[in-house]
Design a protein around this ligand. Structure first.
Ligand SMILES: [Zn+2]
Length: 420
């Protein structure tokens, strides 16, 4: 397959083109169209491949991806080519068919903005925070840069963010060139050239007065086109620091959605956005006070119910299985009552409640010191037999049983286990 001429190198702003001749190709098992020249940028250098349409004679073909293989750029089709197009590409007329290409323009412009922002931000991080870029990815919704250090202070990140935005506002030219080896040697390149070499030499992208780096991607022609650059997240990644950033329309969209979120939160809390932290702190304090009250009410109830049940027991030596159904099934409340009941060593407590969400029967089984039931084994055998789940220790166990499980039956089973 022949090398495809990269029209996007000469003019990254243009997104439509005309040429002649097309051939049938294949990339990763999918059919593709290969042309002598194209404006479609193939995935590479961290930038995604272009989408768009090719019009081959009378036929419009939708391009789902663009990839490069051995210098040939494949306009990849998602699915099968129509029989008409297949016939055209396989016939003798294909070599001279008229071709009109249209790259998805807003998507490509967005990629150019993110890509140019990445160059500028990588330089700003090097200059303002002494952090080198190891690699970068320009995704469909967010872009990341991996830095050669595990962390950066907020002050460093803000300095880099301020620096890159000042270069945006200076609106300096962004130019590409193919310097001679001598000229290249004199350039202060941010990274060394790798595979981005063509017959013309190393392609270099310069943000005037700020950054020079080898790159084969598509870029803005002036820094002002980048718009705002915002670092929106950082995370440690394999000993490096991964920075997520947005530029241009993405930065605006992100700021807008965060603003909307804050506004909604403020409306819910009936306060201004600036008062949200205080409102949340107040809610937290109230929640803690309510929890403390609930806890003391819970232990009061357990104490009261436990005592009256213990007092009602006959004087016989036992063991006594004591079932209690509580509504609703507040697990902490069930546990507290089981503790309270087993203060009498003769008692095996079966304290149950209904889960408010699922309707399942939640059961806490606890034995007093004088009772011999293995609670864990009992819960395990009962959940197995009735289609529930649970388990625990010989002294105490918990299980969940299907809705409608009868506490009387569980009580009978416990009494049977004790009688063996
Ligand atoms: Zn680039």
């Amino acid at each position: 397959m022949n090398h495809t001429e990269k029209l996007y190198w000469a003019d990254a702003q243009a997104t439509s083109f005309e040429t002649r001749g097309a051939s049938l190709g294949a990339h990763a098992g999918k059919p593709s169209v290969v042309l002598a020249q194209t404006m479609f940028y193939p995935e590479g250098g961290g930038q995604l491949g272009d989408l768009g349409t090719l019009t081959l004679g009378p036929h419009v073909v939708r391009i789902a991806d663009t990839q490069v293989e051995d210098g040939a750029i494949h306009h990849v089709i998602d699915g099968d080519l129509s029989p008409d197009v297949l016939e055209l590409l396989r016939g003798g007329a294909a070599a001279d068919v008229s071709v009109r290409g249209a790259v998805d323009e807003s998507r490509r412009r967005d990629h150019m903005v993110q890509h140019t922002a990445q160059h500028a931000l990588s330089r700003a991080l090097a200059n303002a925070a002494r952090a080198g870029t190891v690699s970068a990815r320009l995704g469909a919704t967010s872009c990341t840069i991996d830095l050669d250090r595990p962390g950066l202070s907020d002050a460093d990140l803000h300095r880099a963010e301020d620096l890159v935005n000042s270069v945006v506002m200076s609106d300096v030219p962004v130019v590409t060139s193919f310097p001679s080896p001598d000229e290249l040697a004199k350039l202060d390149l941010r990274k060394q050239p790798n595979a981005e070499k063509s017959a013309a030499g190393v392609r270099v992208v310069s943000i005037e007065g700020f950054d020079v780096t080898p790159c084969g991607g598509t870029h803005c022609t002036r820094s002002g086109q980048i718009g705002q650059v915002r670092i929106v997240a950082t995370e440690k990644y394999k000993g490096m620091l991964r920075i997520t950033f947005h530029a241009g329309q993405r930065a605006l969209g992100d700021a807008r959605s965060r603003h909307d979120l804050l506004a909604k939160l403020a409306a819910d809390l009936t306060c201004g956005p600036q008062d949200i932290p205080a409102a949340v702190a107040k809610l937290r304090a109230e929640l803690k006070a309510m929890r403390d009250k609930l806890e003391s009410a819970r232990s009061e109830v357990a104490d009261h119910v436990g005592r009256s049940l213990r007092d009602a027991l006959p004087e016989t030596p036992g063991p006594h299985v004591v079932p209690v159904m509580r509504l609703p099934g507040d697990l902490a409340g069930l546990r507290a009552l089981a503790v309270e009941l087993t203060k009498d060593p003769r008692i095996v407590a079966l304290v149950a409640g209904h889960d408010e969400g699922s309707g399942e029967v939640v059961l806490v089984v606890q034995r007093g010191e004088g009772a011999k039931l293995d609670c864990g084994a009992f819960v395990q055998s009962q959940t197995k037999a009735r289609g529930g789940r649970g388990g625990g220790r010989p002294e105490r166990a918990e299980g969940r049983f299907p809705r409608g499980t009868s506490l009387e039956e569980l009580t009978a089973a416990a009494r049977e286990s004790l009688a063996v």
